[in-house]
Design a protein around this ligand. Structure first.
Ligand code: SF4
Ligand code: SF4
Ligand code: SF4
Length: 336
């Protein structure tokens, strides 16, 4: 067993090709919250220093100094978090696609790819926050000029940190707040020597979060089973005919909700567009069409489901009436 880590930095680079949406998303987390983590409210984990350019108080050299130090092997161990997809800086004659901070000598931007090259080998663990970093996401869709890719495509899918930890992908566009913070907390417990190595699936997602489909945890699952499908937005029934991909998408938002257990795409009427999946967005487009596979399954479910619903209605009507013996009619008749 390795020596437990007492203090650990989180170095978060938001300068992949992205929108900072994952950083904003985690500010809504509650299990645990970011504040819980950085203020030391959770027992047993290392002391955490959090460095994210969107959330930091420091700016300029005061902020970027810790990144330079980490690249030079100075300071406490760190978890490197990458947000946004990784551009291909080799596919053009001039210019650059993405940079983060400036070089102290030249004053020129430092490429995001150079930061990854400098920091990944020094990191205790590397985490991809959001689908852009995990799988390329929106920016890597067909026709994009940047040639951008996932962190695993850039470093290699079999890449491991110096602590022997594979890249940890926490997809979602944006990432579900509590999913990200729970993964970070898991890694912190692992760093403290209190948790085994994080279990990941073949797409490098934490297994316990992405082992089920949206459909398996959806509030509207009962409607699906009874073949009761919405024909327009705003209806409470299953929205598969409006384009929901939930039956084949690995995501726990149906069960977990979005913030504090509330919300979550299909629960509140939004079709699942598969944003946690490696094939997103190309294989899920056009978004508003009914998924091809669901045409067959929803047709089959319609026949079976309507018969089941008719039988249930019959039973339900009976259960909505008090047992005959409880009715006051006889007593009233007796005293009358
Ligand atoms: Fe923005 Fe979505 Fe990419 Fe995150 S995954 S950076 S939210 S586009
Ligand atoms: Fe499944 Fe989507 Fe229907 Fe929910 S809305 S039951 S996830 S198909
Ligand atoms: Fe993304 Fe679908 Fe999960 Fe919503 S339910 S977060 S669209 S994978």
């Amino acid at each position: 067993m390795t020596t437990p880590i007492q203090q650990l930095d989180v170095l978060w680079i938001t300068a992949g090709l992205g929108c900072d949406g994952d950083t904003i998303s985690i500010t809504a987390a509650t299990q645990p919250s970011l504040e819980d983590l950085v203020l030391g409210a959770i027992p047993g984990i290392p002391k955490v220093n959090f460095h994210n350019p969107v959330l930091a108080f420091e700016t300029g050299d005061d902020f970027i100094g810790r990144f330079h130090g980490a690249a030079g092997g100075q300071g406490p161990p760190f978890i490197l978090v990458i947000e946004g997809s990784i551009p291909n800086e080799q596919n053009k004659q001039e210019g650059y696609w993405a940079g983060f901070g400036t070089d102290r000598q030249t004053g020129q931007p430092i490429l995001t790819c150079d930061w990854i090259d400098r920091l990944a080998g020094e990191a205790w663990a590397v985490v991809a926050a959001g689908t852009c970093a995990a799988y390329g996401g929106i920016h890597a869709m067909q026709g994009n000029p940047t040639g951008c890719m996932s962190l695993a495509d850039y470093l290699g899918w079999k890449w491991k940190s110096k602590a022997g930890i594979p890249i940890v992908n926490v997809p979602g566009c944006p990432v579900l707040p509590d999913n990200f913070m729970e993964v970070l907390l898991y890694l912190l417990y692992q760093a403290a020597g209190l948790a085994p190595s994080i279990p990941l699936d073949q797409a490098l997602r934490p297994k316990w979060l992405f082992g089920q489909t949206v459909h398996e945890g959806c509030d509207r699952g009962g409607y699906y089973e009874q073949g009761d499908f919405a024909e327009q937005y705003g209806a409470p029934q299953c929205i598969v005919k409006l384009g929901c991909w939930g039956p084949v998408v690995n995501c726990n938002v149906g069960k977990r909700g979005w913030i504090n257990g509330i919300g979550g795409c299909p629960n509140v009427g939004g079709i699942c567009i598969g944003c946690t999946m490696p094939a997103f967005p190309d294989k899920f487009m056009p978004f508003m069409n009914q998924p091809p596979g669901s045409l067959l399954s929803s047709h089959a479910v319609s026949t079976y489901g309507r018969a089941i619903k008719a039988l249930r209605n019959f039973t339900q009507n009976s259960l909505n009436q008090e047992p005959e013996r409880r009715r006051p009619t006889r007593r009233l008749d007796d005293t009358g």
